[in-house]
Design a protein around this ligand. Sequence first.
Ligand code: SF4
Length: 316
Amino acid sequence: MLDTRGVLAVVCTRALRMGENRRVPVTPTFPEATPRASDGLDAVCAAAVPAAQAAARDVADPGTVGEHLGAVAEGQRVVTHFFACTAKGYRGWRWSVSVARAPRARHATVSEVVLIPGPESVLPPVWVPWAERIAPGDLGAADALPYRADDPYLEAGFAPATDGDTTGGEALGWELGLGRARVLSPEGRDAAATRWYLGDRGPAAAEAVNATAACTSCGYWLPLAGGLRQLFGVCANEWSPSDGRVVSLDHGCGAHSETDVERPEPQALPVPVLDETVHEAVVLAPRTAAPAVAEAPVEGGAPVEDTPDENATPQP
Ligand code: SF4
């Protein structure tokens, strides 16, 4: 129970899980009328409205302290005044200013200024501990879940060999290859099998519906150990979208080891046709001038002219 000086009482009977958060019940006790001495308020403190309003304006954003909504007695010579909060996004919130007076003092002084929600305020959901809020798929690489001693999906992994002989029971567990304090309970097995079968590696998955054969006849299917092997195995085909995942016997995919695709004979292409009746103008980039090359002097006389290539094709 959260009790804000008798103004608001928030009651939470149990911690809710994520998605179950309900509207927070509040008990408004804001007086509507201007306080009077007959209300049990200290007259000096009740009259200190201007001082209380000035104190609220000192801490609030400019122009966000509204009208005086009322006052309540917190104790002897202690009064809390409420002012409307007019800031955007704070609908229903109120500035709460407590003033107090020393015995025989003629002036009240400000003790506290806080912003508190009212019955119309928009409030966050009740806080839920992280351990209860986290859901499957939320766990990050560096996260760790808290230990659950009463996990219904687990049960003791071994039993004492004789009454009171837990050492022997543990040794027996190791002998059987268990070696774990807890193993999956029947309830945990049922939940896992249901989740897997109805999930995206069961018979209703898109690739299973379109597959021509099921996992049960596939060479890449590795059956699980224990009772779950009757229905589930692990896909060990790197070409399959289910590689490394638990798949049901009636799942399937296009990478099944025994299925094939139709291989049509290649069709011969027709002989290419050269169309010489039309021509197509091709725009070429302008040719850049080749850099001048100095002729090397020819030893023993004039340079030798190029001799025509006898094998060259005559140009038109
Ligand atoms: S390759 Fe396809 S058919 Fe074979 S086990 Fe994996 S998912 Fe099943």
